[in-house]
Design a protein around this ligand. Structure first.
Ligand code: SF4
Length: 381
């Protein structure tokens, strides 16, 4: 999701004559696109900002084509923090790192080029974190680093309020993009040579709006019928919203990748309830059974959190048991850390660090062993 936001931001700047460089010394504008899902990610951003401080007054090498250097073009590079951490911390980022010029939340990115222009012209700092939604225009200048593959947002935000997750607070409630805009964007991409598309949303299978009366399975069907789409995938599904017609469509359509990213988070029903996930271990296993029935060689990845508040050894064993039963192809395993605004933050973070580490390591070892025995033949974006 964040990579795709970065591409959208890059697209805005390229459309205004900027060039892309990986070299921070040479750059006129350095933007850190950030994540707030874990405390560790925020700590890394401040450490990166510390390194950027030293480069702040190194004269940038390139100037955007439509801006001339001079009094209105300060020699200092512009440093910006964008994305979820920007929304989460707002001006506190500038208080802690006063050399940062720009703090922009995920829903405020549509106007990022104008903000940078204002900083150059007026030499002021800008903090914008309050927009409820993005402008449609944001999706016009999509840059995709892979000529054949592109990510396409079908929805923004999330309304699920899993008790550990900061996303609904930093990205806002779920908004589906109009189906016509999505289809037009993909048709345009195919004309540019893209043949593989990954649809993105915090919860793609929650797609749909009352105005449009179209659900995720119907949208997927329409997209898979677009001429030139050879490969179609999607991230991320929520088990509570699974519609089994999705598996029928996946089995029928050759160009839909036989891949599910279906986070389980915990194998314990008690913990799932505390997480506000709205499904049980039994329901999850039923989904997996149905998927394998329709798509015998399908690939499944999951996300798991260990050390959620009050997680007992028995709860942990339930997770271990579930992973042994499902035998995921891939699993992304995380140690719980409390996040601001969330409900779980009010629970005591009572699992000691060493115990979280132990549980994490056990699941990692288990998954490594399982992944080694599986031969995955598809490229997963
Ligand atoms: S579904 Fe839950 S974990 Fe995923 S983004 Fe929404 S609130 Fe966060």
């Amino acid at each position: 999701m964040n990579d795709h936001d970065s591409d959208l931001v890059i697209g805005q700047f390229l459309a205004h004559g900027y060039k892309l460089t990986e070299n921070k010394k040479e750059a006129d504008v350095v933007l850190l696109n950030t994540c707030s899902v874990r405390q560790h990610a925020e700590d890394r951003v401040f450490s990166e900002l510390g390194a950027l401080k030293k480069l702040k007054s190194v004269p940038p090498k390139f100037a955007p084509a439509n801006l001339s250097r001079g009094d209105n073009h300060p020699a200092e590079k512009i440093i910006g923090v964008i994305g979820c951490m920007a929304k989460n911390l707002g001006k506190k980022i500038i208080e802690r790192a006063p050399y940062v010029d720009l703090v922009i939340g995920p829903n405020d990115l549509s106007h990022i080029y104008d903000y940078v222009k204002q900083i150059r012209e007026k030499r002021k700092k800008i903090v914008e974190i309050d927009s409820a939604a993005r402008d449609k225009s944001f999706y016009k200048n999509l840059y995709h680093r892979d000529k054949k593959h592109a990510y396409v947002n079908i929805s923004e935000g999330c309304s699920n309020f899993c008790s550990y997750c900061v996303v609904p607070y930093v990205r806002g409630l779920q908004r589906s993009r109009p189906a016509k805009d999505i289809l037009d964007e993909i048709k345009k991409l195919t004309k540019d040579g893209v043949s593989s598309v990954t649809l993105l949303g915090q919860n793609v299978n929650d797609f749909g709006s009352k105005q449009e009366n179209i659900n995720f399975v119907e949208l997927l069907n329409l997209i898979s019928g677009i001429k030139g789409i050879k490969e179609l995938s999607f991230l991320t599904l929520h088990p509570k919203d699974i519609d089994f017609r999705l598996f029928d469509l996946m089995a029928k359509k050759k160009n839909i990748l036989k891949y599910l990213h279906l986070p389980i988070q915990s194998g314990s029903n008690r913990i799932l309830k505390l997480m506000n996930r709205k499904y049980t271990k039994e329901k999850y296993l039923k989904i997996i059974k149905e998927f394998h029935k329709k798509i015998p060689n399908g690939v499944i990845a999951t996300d798991v959190i260990v050390g959620f508040p009050t997680e007992t050894e028995e709860d942990f064993q339930d997770t271990l048991d579930l992973m042994n039963k499902v035998k995921f192809n891939f699993a992304y395993i995380f140690k719980y850390s409390p996040r601001p605004h969330t409900k779980a933050q009010n629970l005591s973070d009572d699992i000691p660090k060493e115990e979280k580490q132990r549980r994490h390591q056990i699941l990692l070892n288990l998954q490594r062993g399982i992944s080694r025995t599986k031969k995955v033949r598809i490229k997963i974006f």
